[in-house]
Write a protein that binds this ligand. Sequence first.
Ligand code: S3P
Length: 426
Amino acid sequence: MIIRGGGRLSGDIRVPGDKSISHRGVILGALANGTTVIENILMAEDTRRTIKCFQDMGVEMEMDGDSLRIEGVGLHGLHESKDELYCGNSGTTMRLLSGVMVGQKFSTILTGDDSLDKRPMDRIIIPLTMMGGSIKGVDNRYPPLHIEPSKGGLEAISYSLPMASAQVKSSILLAGLYGNGITRIEEPKVTRDHTEMMLKYFGADIYSEDGFICMEPNGLLSGGYIHVPGDISSAAYLMVAGSMIKDSHIIIRDVGVNPTRTGIINILKDMGADIRINNRRIANLEPIADIEVKYSSLKGIEMGGEMVATMIDEIPILAVAAAFASGRTVIRDVEELRYKECDRIRAIHDGLSNMGADIEELPDGLIIEGGATLKPAALDSHGDHRIAMALSIAALGAEGESRINGHRAVDISYPDFYKTLWKLSQ
Ligand code: S3P
């Protein structure tokens, strides 16, 4: 993909449906009783993997316009798949599905692509094994995962997560639907709570008590109608582009603004961005709003601790914003980024360095001295959708032509990303 930087961005747009909410809608819709309709579901590579896995286990799902209609089979209605369940590039599919599969009365093998094969699964193997699940990986850590029916049935556990991870939390909660007792989970930092919200919406008994998320299985989920808001993680690329490219003005309609996801908005505002949240409303317990962004000059900032968990997927694009801001930005406590679809600390460091940014890699973050004039360059996505999009926005901010290698990685979460950029730059 060749990107010519320099022009302003303006327009009134939507971004595709939230990836996390879409995965959860498919999983809980399949396990619920009755029909679930998921409007504005994200149809991208990652969510298609989750859909296909459940189709392989006998769940009927079909698209009707931009809605997916699921005929739920109930908690005990899945059938053994003829083939391995292929999760592709999707960590969410593999980790959340593992929680469901340890509760089944049949065996399953979960596989992934080369990138997923290198991602740590011990973080789910350990708690699911504590629950009595039978789940084995390569070196007890990596895919493929072999899951057998649990010998004595699943026990609910009380578990303090060693890392801030919504995928691990969700995996345990899903297994907890098959456990005999109250599942209790404590998080080191608050992470996205879409699983909790949707479980509640589908009738599960889920509440917080003494800092723990608690769920008491009541044997039944009831399907329903879900509206998936636009993905704030996808909107983030456009919020940063609109903030840092002169004279830009973008309105992004119908974006999810769940407070466990809005760290990026808070940080950009602290950096001096002109971002307004309009027309707030709620759909299936999830807050939604329209986001208006205008160009403004950004300044560097220091961040770490609690807040980075609410913007973990946005750190690469934030690093881009920091490179265009004035002054120093320090990002700490994001070592988790090294275990994503690629090592995102290294990848964004290398990409921005190639463009002439003054950026230093830390074991758990980055230091960026903003304000250098970035020059166009040949940039590599490392097969990672978030790196492809972040570097594309950096390229838009640099005068001249950059080349993004492996740009189709955007198909993982935002297939129309380049079409949207093109529309905004007309
Ligand atoms: C996700 C949780 C996060 C995030 C990923 C989606 C989810 O991963 O990076 O893109 O849907 O639960 P971790 O739980 O590994 O932090």
